[in-house]
Design a protein around this ligand. Structure first.
Ligand code: PRX
Length: 657
């Protein structure tokens, strides 16, 4: 067989046209409208983004140049312009009907809730910004935010942005060690945290974790800690270093003018794992990020003033930054924030939130959807979710079976699904359907957002033929792109821009994902290139094999990795959790192998199938295939496992194998 197996293994043919009722009301309401926008952006990207920046955002001072790409891969967008994203997310709405509209609707655990209007959120942000100033934070200082999913997490981000401090949000599920690394990497001056946070019916003592992280002068840059009272448990406070937010708030002024920042001033650093090395500090700046998250939210989620929008991500990840906080608020939307997480004791919690707040737009991850599939559709079926009008997914490829379940059970076959491909590095969504314009295919993120020149190429940067696997790249800079790796500009160049050498001086952004484009130009993202398995010279995405496995009624979840094999190069190993009504057996192994053979082809049949009660996942729900690869190969696990949600899974997997 040739090196083009992707074509034969993916045979999804279903096509779902946007419902006319949806298209009629949509901002981008037809394929022709999308294509017109796309062509306009491609013809003159600077004119396209410049026009939108002027129309959609408030600027204190206009820019001199939309894009300066004279020193690639270091881009400058809207250079010379003065802007403040906190102003765009708050102040400008106060002079409109949105002043008393809910900005942030929070559903907390256990049973707490709170709604802040734009007016109220603005007041709190000003108070926190004034508190930061009082505690010695100045423009350019790094402030870490290590918080549970509570409104103050968003307040803290916006307060930093207001005064030009650079925030670095550290996911609340990270350990003290991980916090320490990030505080030191960013030379953080002040940490905003909470006494505790609720996680799966228990309290995580976040402030104590910060104390542990910085104990023994391990983080010399940290001078102050601002502590939000959330769980009210006993919390040790160090005089002159630690300050309670509620005490500061009581005397803080609600007046704090937004600083006039340069468009290229740093907005935030977000640490993200690569396939190798320590986490990278992805840097995003103010003006371009504001515009890109604003436009993507506006067109992809088709945000209207009447919408209640809910993204289930954690603010500790880029999705929370761009699509809980900045994108929705810049658009004046009502954004829902939820502190809980689905768990066996509360399997209907997501649907309860939708019912309670009449959520209209719901954005979640495929891993969550698969969890719900496992719990059974009776649970969502008993809730009233008729308010929903649009669904989204993010974070990993969605297998067609999960897509169809989402479409049928949650969307009741009337809500479009936007499968959004993007990364921490891209700042915002890159490849996605526009829901009123682009017909969807289960499992495909469909087409690039206007202004995004995406392509699938080989390692020489040459486009591969349609329906052939290759490397996903972006050919032209875009406003939301990361600007560098914090403190490591060389790493920025080597990781993203040098895998494929510039052709005629033109740089290609290397996403690290494998993809193919089908005959309609639709993108099918196969996952990280390090997750692509090569069996006898044939490339297979782990995702396709997993999809095939999951389409068997016995399989709840499947993770597929490659294992070195003398003969074939690599052999496929599948780790499988079963639906509760099935039991593991040799006969089932045989049946599953045959099933994959039937779904894809003999080449994709796993050589080895192992049953397990759970899979190793990061706290954001991604399966850690790296660990499975090590286990499959029978090797010792080395390297960072700090992002693993439940370490005991590893021991069980090792015992099983
Ligand atoms: O492999 C792609 C996958 O997630 C990676 C980016 O991860 P992260 O920076 O953590 O950001 C996650 C949220 C944007 C990508 O390189 N990925 C993300 N969305 C999709 C996806 N893979 C396929 N389809 C998607 N919709």
């Amino acid at each position: 067989m040739s090196d083009t197996t992707i074509e034969s293994i993916l045979h999804e043919q279903r096509l779902f046209q946007p419902a006319p009722e949806f298209s009629q009301g949509a901002t981008v309401n037809s394929l022709a409208a999308y294509e017109e926008l796309y062509a306009k952006a491609a013809a003159d990207p600077a004119a396209f983004w410049g026009e939108l920046a002027q129309q959609e955002l408030h600027w204190f001072k206009p820019w001199k140049q939309v894009l300066d790409w004279s020193n690639p891969p270091f881009a400058k967008w809207f250079d010379g312009g003065k802007i403040n994203i906190s102003y765009n997310c708050l102040d400008r709405h106060l002079t409109t009907d949105r002043r008393n509209k809910p900005a942030l609707v929070w559903e907390g655990e256990p049973g707490d809730s709170r709604t802040l209007t734009y007016f109220e959120l603005h007041q709190e942000v000003c108070q926190m910004a004034n508190t930061l100033l009082k505690l010695g934070v100045v423009k350019g200082d790094r402030v870490a935010i290590y918080m549970p999913m509570i409104p103050e997490a968003a307040t803290a981000m916006l307060a930093c942005a207001r005064i030009g401090a650079v925030h670095t949000v550290i996911f609340g599920g990270f350990s003290a060690e991980a916090v320490r690394d990030r505080l030191n990497a960013g030379e953080v001056k002040l940490v905003i945290t909470a006494d505790g946070g609720w996680r799966k019916d228990a309290i995580v003592p976040l402030k104590l974790q910060v104390d542990n992280a910085i104990a023994d002068s391990a983080c010399p840059s940290v001078a102050k800690i601002l502590v939000v009272q959330r769980t009210k448990q006993e919390t040790a406070m160090v005089a002159n270093r630690d300050h309670w937010w509620h005490e500061e708030q009581a005397t803080a002024s609600t007046d704090c003018p937004a600083a006039e920042l340069d468009a290229e001033d740093l907005l935030f650093i977000l640490y993200t794992s690569g396939s190798t090395g320590k986490p990278k500090g992805v840097v995003h700046t103010t003006g371009g990020y504001n515009l890109y998250t604003h436009m993507t939210t506006k067109w992809i989620f088709d945000i209207k003033d009447s919408d209640v929008y809910w993204c289930t991500a954690d603010v500790g990840w880029i999705t929370g930054h761009s699509y809980i906080v900045y994108g929705p608020l810049s658009n004046g939307a009502t954004t829902v924030m939820y502190e809980g997480a689905p768990r066996p004791s509360n399997p209907g919690c997501f649907w309860d939130v939708i019912e309670k707040y009449k959520v209209t737009i719901f954005y979640t991850a495929p891993t969550a959807i698969r969890t719900f599939i496992k719990m059974g559709e009776e649970i969502p079926n008993t809730r009233d979710m008729s308010s929903l009008r649009l669904l989204g997914t993010v974070g990993e490829p969605i297998n067609p079976e999960a897509w169809m379940w989402y479409h049928r059970v949650i969307g009741k076959e009337r809500c479009p699904i936007v499968d959004t491909w993007w990364q921490t590095e891209t700042g915002g969504i890159m490849i996605t359907p526009l829901p009123g314009a682009i017909a969807t295919k289960p499992g495909s993120a469909t087409r690039p957002f206007p202004g995004i020149i995406a392509d699938v190429v080989d390692l020489d940067g040459q486009p591969v033929p349609r329906n052939t696997g290759g490397y996903l790249v972006v050919r032209h800079p875009w406003p939301g792109m990361m600007r560098t790796v914090y403190g490591e500009p060389d790493r920025f160049c080597t990781t993203y821009w040098e895998h494929i050498a510039p052709i005629d001086g033109k740089y290609l952004y290397f996403a690290g994902d494998g993809a193919r484009q089908d005959e309609d130009g639709y993108f099918w993202v196969m996952g990280r290139i390090d997750d692509v398995i090569n069996v006898s010279g044939h490339r297979l995405g782990t995702m396709e094999v997993e999809s095939a496995l999951v389409s068997h009624p016995a399989v709840a979840e499947a993770a597929v990795v490659g294992k070195p094999d003398d003969l074939k190069g690599e052999e496929i190993v599948a780790f499988i959790t079963l639906e509760h009504t099935f039991t593991a057996s040799d006969a089932l192994i045989k049946e599953l192998k045959q099933h994959v053979g039937k779904e894809i082809g003999a080449i994709a049949r796993p050589g080895d199938i192992r049953f397990t009660d759970s899979l190793p996942k990061t706290r954001s729900g991604k399966i850690m295939r790296r660990l499975l690869r090590t286990i499959a190969a029978g090797e010792e696990i080395t390297g960072d496992t700090s992002t693993l949600e439940d370490r005991s899974v590893l021991d069980r997997l090792r015992q099983d194998t």
